[in-house]
Design a protein around this ligand. Sequence first.
Ligand code: GLN
Length: 498
Amino acid sequence: MWDIIRLTAARIAEKIAAGELTAVEVTEAHLARIEATDEKVHAFLHVDREGALAQARAVDAQRGRGEKLGPLAGVPLALKDAFTTVGIPTTCGSKVLEGWIPPYDATLTRKLKEAGVVILGKTNMDEFAMGSSTENSAYGPTGNPWDLNRVPGGSGGGSAAALAAFQAPLAVGTDTGGSIRQPAALTGTVGVKPTYGGVSRYGLIAYSSSLDQGGPCARTVLDTALLHEVIAGHDPLDSTSIDVPVPPVVEAARSGSVEGMRVGIVKQFAGEGYQDGVILRFEESVELLKELGAEIVELDCPSFDLAMAAYYLIAPSEASSNLARFDAMRYGLRVGDDTALSAQEVTALTREAGFGPEVKRRIILGTYALSSGYYDAYYGSAQKVRTLIMRDFDRAFAEVDVIVSPTMPTTAFPIGERVDDPLAMYLADLCTIPTNLAGNSAMSLPCGLAPEDGLPVGLQIIAPATKDDRLYRVGAAVEAAFVRRWGRPLLDEAPSLG
Ligand code: GLN
């Protein structure tokens, strides 16, 4: 089992295509790993053993018939429970959707199936993707494989933990304010938030529709690129899907280089609240970029200081509207049905019982920010800040090809430390939020362990909209340089979990 689960997705696909491994063997090895470790990690909310094996058998049969296999055929994947999967429970981490079995597949799910990717199951997440630690899941927290008493980040902690625990070589997350990149940083894995509209949102349960973006997660830059190519592309079922060619991400990941590139460092992504080890590893990464031939440019983006405040008005506003659909009348939980209560009372009781405290907090905040008399002062002002952030990015990208920063101000914090302090939790996304507000693309990849606690640190790379390939070009160059320096991939240092 061990030699199969340590392989990259690219290697697994090659070995399956060459007949050195079958998709069923690969799937069984990962299912066995999940069985052996997930009681401790709790990355999965639902494991679809039968479905996964059936998909694997189909890939093996396809190969047996001599058909050409896609670049990730037979490779197992952990899917965030925010995407609908026909016939498989989809909860979005909420009690309000407990037991719901979607009648349709998200476009992303369909694309994975068509590519022969084996979906192992659905991963744990903060309820409705609201959070930075996966502690807001209605089904209990996920542990960080580096230290099970610490959070794996959020909201997509389950997907990132599954990668770091070697339960799956590929995963999918969603990123509204950092939920792909931030868990990647805390688990020593790679995660990409594609350009807004680059990956279809059809069948992605909506949190904040103008910010939500599904994206690829893996242990290497190349694997992330291979998955990116499978899930991206225009979708007529999503009105915000962009109709442009998918950026050449795989080619970029294979040819990684920063020679002659201009790399920006933003003044606002530093200062109080950043852990020493994070700053240290970030500064080393900047030195490395110089050594690799990049020119470093210092940038000032003053509006980024307002990004957090704008985000926490815009995201809850959209959430308050999106979550109005959970009214107990159509699907999901229904409380008080057996009494003589009115429909309105049943809705109220259901929402009271079905939503957790963070979701309620955001619905109340959003409803308030959108209410007449306050709309202009709160929501309207936040939208103006959003425009300023876009302009700061435009100015920055007139001078540089990409921007780099730490992904997250600290390493993984202990489970329980920030649950009762929403503001401290919100600060986890300081560096990731501006990208979502502007709609451009960004990656997090590991850049070492913080000396003070031995936990992974993430390097964030930000590129302009539709230029996602630059993330992979720079990411692959940095990753290769780190492997040369360390003599091995970072995750080889992760605890084995027995
Ligand atoms: N932590 C942020 C929030 O709670 C971002 C979450 C996300 O990207 N889904 O809203």
